[in-house]
Design a protein around this ligand. Sequence first.
Ligand SMILES: *Cc1c(COP(=O)(O)O)cnc(C)c1O
Length: 395
Amino acid sequence: MSIPDSSPTDLPAILGGEPAFPIGPPTWPPVPWPEVEEAAGRAMRDGSWGRYHGPNCRQLTDDLAAFHSAEQVQLCSSGTVAVELALRGAKVEPGDEILLAAYDFKANFQNVLAIGATPVLVDLDPKTWQLNPALLEEACSEKTKAIIASHLHGGLVDMKAVCGFAAERNIVVIEDACQATGAMVGSRRAGMTGDVGVLSFGGSKLLTAGRGGAVLTSRADIAQRIRLYTQRGNDAYPLSELQSAVLIPQLAQLDERNETRLRNAKRLAGELKEQGSPLASIAPLDDESTDRTAFYKCGFQYTGESLSRDRLCSALRVDGVALDPGFRALHRTHSRRRFRSVGELPQADRADESCAMLHHPVLLEDERTLEHVVTAITRVLNHATEVAAAPEPRC
Ligand SMILES: *Cc1c(COP(=O)(O)O)cnc(C)c1O
């Protein structure tokens, strides 16, 4: 990437300075991607691109199974559908209750409603902003059928605690690894620590086919229910041969790319911490952990006072840095009639207001680019009062 020189005291682009990245943040998927082009070309040449059935879906299924040590892999049309299939595989029925974090991907909440079950919202761990297992007990009832544990923004849910809790009560654990594909949670791949795991191959994700997803499980009963639900003489939620073809080489490169992203995220978060920046990483980045997280987004708790989170993000956009506000909390965007919750949800409120996340492609760049990202962030924060008073940028 071509980047102009700048220092932390220069003006940020929103105040008229030279943009830190004039061509904007790096795109995803990267162009060119020779191995992916080759795979797509092969699917064109052998005609599998235009068939219902061919070698690509079969190979991707086998590769995903081997990569995750999963006995059963069901490819499907999106991560959103994968979550629904996981719920159906868990035999969730109308009237059941599903525990999930009050700060989670909106479709996870909607999927629970779509089945006629009730979402029960659980607050986050104050430090990691992931589902807090210590609060499951209070949220649980005799109607609880499953827990959705989503690893979000580079963080990892404490799956040992979640699974320990669920096992004693015969509750199914659905592990949403859409943002953590390839991560290691203890000795297992993300998606394989609970009863059933889900992946997304959506257009921004670490493995992308533009659209697509997969369900992973080693429980034969769950796999069988999902098969019965999706196979209706024809596959109701298919991933195509061409989509599978382009995913195969990406999976082969995933570990290497995740390593690079992890190294760069550590460097970035480390430098911000050293500066005493109001952006603190939520990811487990100390070297003692046996977990190895993955970064779809690199999430931060933002505690700056003179500049709002939203304005920080929009100012950095002008500088060509893809820092975005996090999710809206589910209890703040849905009617109380739709869900149950226990007590207040103060951490989910905080995450709603002050989570910022850096999109992953820049984490594949070189050391100098990462330093430049830090400089761009520092520039904006050093001019916080002026940036806060500047007119809203047009994007
Ligand atoms: C992206 C994502 C999904 C599924 O998304 P699709 O776009 O439907 O593939 C599910 N959960 C989380 C946490 C996600 O980030």
